[in-house]
Write a protein that binds this ligand. Sequence first.
Ligand SMILES: [Zn+2]
Length: 426
Amino acid sequence: MSRLVLKNGRIVDPVRQMDRVADLAIEDGVVREIAPAIGTTGAEVFDASGLIVAPGFIDMHVHLREPGFEYSETIETGSHAAAAGGFTSICCMPNTQPVNDSPTVTHYILERARQKAPVNVYPIGAITKGSAGEELASIASMKKAGIVAISDDGRPVMNARVIRRAMQLAASLNLPLIEHCEDLNLSAGGDMHEGLQSTRLGLRGIPRASEDVMVARDILLAELTGVRYHVAHISSKNAVDMVAYAKSKGLPVTAEATPHHFVLADADMAPYDSNYKMKPPLRESQDVAAVARGLANGTIDAIATDHAPHPGDEKMQEFERCPFGILGLETAIGLSLEHLYHSGKVGLSQLISMFTVRPARILSLERGTLAPGSPADVTIFSLDHEWTYDVNRSASKSRNSPFHGHLFRGGPIATIVGGQIVWRFA
Ligand SMILES: [Zn+2]
């Protein structure tokens, strides 16, 4: 029997409304007991004094680039970056090569993850074949193979008739449908948010409306079909308002936000620095405030990183030619602590729920709590140790982060998956 005891941590489990200093015992990969002064005979001991002990964090939006783009990231490197960021479970988007639109690719990802990943990897299947937006992918058989949701992330489903049929099917399979909300006709050619800053920099703009019209369309179709509908990386104030409207009507609509969308505005961009180029683009300060407010008041359910690695030679081109997306896994906890918790916008238990039970419920994962009998996935972090993010030491294969050199207050200390310590702060 393997036994691990976490001593004297502040255990915060939102599901059980628990926030107290105690010991936590893990046996054979399962949470066994939470109590004061648990005996440690024959056990490995981790001193968690002064640290937060939380259910394992789940990132429901990650790009692992394998198969097909292994020069950017692999299942192995991306999942090590996840562990270093305090995540015990990640969900990988299907925009690989080939696209994860069939059980063959789903099985491949799960098998690679079983061999190489220190964290749990849950594949998300494509909505349409090749994510081309026309014919539905093999959704039912991918569900049997192990996908936890469907999405054509990066390539939104533009045809309303196609997305309606996908929603009907997803509803009948009880699979959540995750949309990358972007009307491609409105955003075509754009490199950053359309506004004063894009005019000033002479870059082509992506209007807020490209996101808003897609969220509006989808909420109406979600009502029609009854699908569990989830808005990926929400970034505009109107979109947040529409999700609030959907929730007020009792629709099963949820949303996630990335740290960069509640931390940075377009005016914060280092001009022409592609580490600030992503979709949706960094918007204006009123949108950043609306996203933070949406997280605080529960309109936005979860924090997800949209970890999107691109290698240096792709990101070193001129701004207009660079691909969209930035790394996210290793800075998410630090940024969330700084901008939501230390700033007083969100309490600790609420912040933890955005990384644990809420994504678990959206995806129907049997995770997100430290209740005895649960899988022993644990995220241990500090609220106040100072550390500087050095992207050149990232576990990711790529280096595209605007937070290189940022001084953080609080961040991950150890990551435990299935009772094994898979990463420790060094
Ligand atoms: Zn996306």
